[in-house]
Write a protein that binds this ligand. Sequence first.
Ligand code: MG
Length: 268
Amino acid sequence: MSIKKILLYGGLFLLLVGSMYYFFSRTTPPEPQGTRVIAHRGYWDTEGSAQNSLAALRASQAIGVYGSEFDVNMTADDQLIVVHGPRHGEIENVQNVTFEEARAYALPNGEQIPTLAEYLELGKQNPDVRLILEIKSHATPERESFVVKKVLEAVKAAGVEQQTEYIAFSLHICRELARLAPKTDVAYLSGDLSPEELHDMGIDGLDYNINVFVKNPQWIEQAHFFGLTVNVWTVNKEEDMRMLIDNGVDFITTDAPELLQQVLQEKE
Ligand code: MG
């Protein structure tokens, strides 16, 4: 065979392999990587920590979880804060007061409520821990669209777009996120939609209460069939953790991340 022919066939062969790789890498859902740990509201159930505090994010970074979850609300004067709400201190709903009023009440560990910017800045220091950002439901769809826009701007400004995943109870928020950040993972929390319905809306995962999966165990397999991820909250009992790991869920969100890490290690 002449050199020319060898080069020609070799080139064609490489082109074929390359295009097959490109095709399959785009259409095959990612290989399951086993169940991964998400710390619910950070690792708050530990010395000096509190739910949604910077200390809780730091503690989750220190034990090396897959992701650390936190809650985002917008105050009446359009500031994004990391706090569960709606109640905080003497305030009935943090969304109805100003940033200054909300910050007047400290968290149980003495920390101030973090701004979203402060929280993301700390998150960025450990790129191995993914930021699982829950946008809380707000008063109207218009307000929710505005919150989504502001959150996406804050995430971009902090340079953590690749490190952040989103979750929300509000379907409107999930759909806005899917529309405005189509490459980002968005999971729905409310538990009332099937994997197929979520898939049709362009939502990437279901993140449901454990009771929803007890009632609809087939949803785990169906979700994977449609290329959706499965996250389960809030799982603190060892027997539940074992049951969910055995059923192949992708993520477990827990207040006891170290216990879950132990259970997973034992299973390996
Ligand atoms: Mg939450």
